[in-house]
Design a protein around this ligand. Structure first.
Ligand code: SF4
Length: 359
């Protein structure tokens, strides 16, 4: 896809863009809501009517009654989910249409269908429940809904896994292997009860025996931002900052989560920083824009990135600029909203509503 802002928006100075955004928001009033993910740039987050993680923002999208236009400063799957969850006559816009998620792209429909076909030999719908991380296409959310599964986020993954095992013997979890593995361990599974479906290999690279014994089948996807963190980083900050607290996101590899003091969703990390006593030293293992914002919002605490100078930035979250936001707010009537067509919408909605129920 090619996308380029008109030159007048590309070249406008930041102060002018800010004034234009304020004016556009004033004109649209209560008909407009801007949702901003925690990983957005600081200046974009500043315009968010609601700032949160994908779970929190989905809830907001589902609950808003009198809004007509949602501008979602995040990535594509989030805007799709907002469209599915919000009332049909709301329109959802993604200010930068190129903002995708490489992890979501690691689970392609055809590959997941191939895996499911194999899992049907192990009981299919009767014995295996699909749990899809929020970071998937609407088509895969619909697949999950069709097969009695639900969507999870890093906020509700433990509850979602329990929900799955309360109903069926096996859980098929995609696309993030690390969130799945970390949640499986927290649930009480042993490492040998979890297997990794490698979509680049025949039959996922798994034998009949491995699949028969497995309780949790994990997709071999990952987030390149969170796999940046290592146990060496944890050891280094503990050596250099005695008394430091290390808090990481569960998309990090298990050994990093294990070495940290706490792990949880982006909202958990935000609360962790807010609740830490003045004078605390906190090293965070997540996307750098959130870490920098935490440092900015809590000048009474020393907050910094766990991986030092490696700059774990999500380039897709970083794509959305004030220029994109101003352009979207001033021209949305001529822009194409993010729309999920039926029957995908309805089937995905079933799985997303279960996510909200499980909480
Ligand atoms: S931080 Fe990782 S999982 Fe989140 S949008 Fe970026 S690439 Fe995807």
């Amino acid at each position: 896809m090619y996308f380029s802002l008109p030159q007048t928006y590309r070249e406008a100075p930041a102060e002018e863009l800010q004034e234009r955004i304020i004016e556009a928001k004033r004109k649209l009033g209560h008909k407009l809501v801007i949702l901003a993910h925690h990983y957005q740039r600081l200046e974009v987050v500043g315009f968010g009517d609601h700032v949160g993680d994908s779970y929190g923002l989905s809830k907001v999208a589902a609950e808003m009654a009198d809004v007509e236009t949602i501008v979602f400063c995040g990535v594509h799957f989030m805007a799709e989910s907002a469209d599915i969850l919000s009332h049909p006559n709301k329109r959802v816009y993604l200010p930068n249409p190129l903002a995708g998620c490489p992890m979501a792209d690691m689970a392609e429909m055809a590959d997941v269908m191939e895996a499911w076909q194999r899992l049907e030999e192990f009981g299919g719908d009767k014995k295996v429940v699909p749990i899809s991380y929020m970071n998937t296409s609407a088509g895969l959310k619909a697949f999950t809904g069709r097969h009695g599964g639900l969507i999870c986020t890093s906020s509700n993954a433990p509850a979602a896994l329990k929900w799955g095992f309360d109903r069926r013997e096996k859980v098929f979890f995609f696309p993030d292997q690390h969130l799945g593995y970390n949640t499986g361990i927290r649930y009480g599974l042993k490492p040998d009860e979890m297997v990794l479906w490698d979509f680049s290999r025949e039959e996922g690279g798994l034998t009949e025996d491995q699949l028969a014994k497995a309780k949790l089948i994990l997709w071999k996807g990952h987030c390149h931002v969170h796999t940046n963190f290592t146990v060496e980083h944890v050891a280094e900050v503990r050596r250099d900052y005695p008394g430091v607290k290390v808090v990481v996101h569960p998309e990090c590899p298990h050994e990093v989560v294990d070495a940290a003091d706490a792990d949880g969703s982006t909202s958990f990390i935000v609360e962790y920083c807010a609740n830490a006593p003045t004078g605390s030293t906190i090293a965070i293992g997540t996307e750098i824009n959130l870490t920098n914002r935490m440092a900015h919002e809590h000048p009474d605490k020393k907050i910094f990135e766990l991986s030092g100078d490696t700059c774990p930035v999500c380039a897709n979250m970083y794509r959305t600029t004030l220029n994109d936001l101003a352009y979207t707010l001033e021209n949305y009537a001529d822009l194409k909203p993010i729309e999920v067509a039926e029957p995908t919408r309805g089937e995905a909605l079933v799985a997303l509503e279960k996510m909200l129920e499980v909480g």
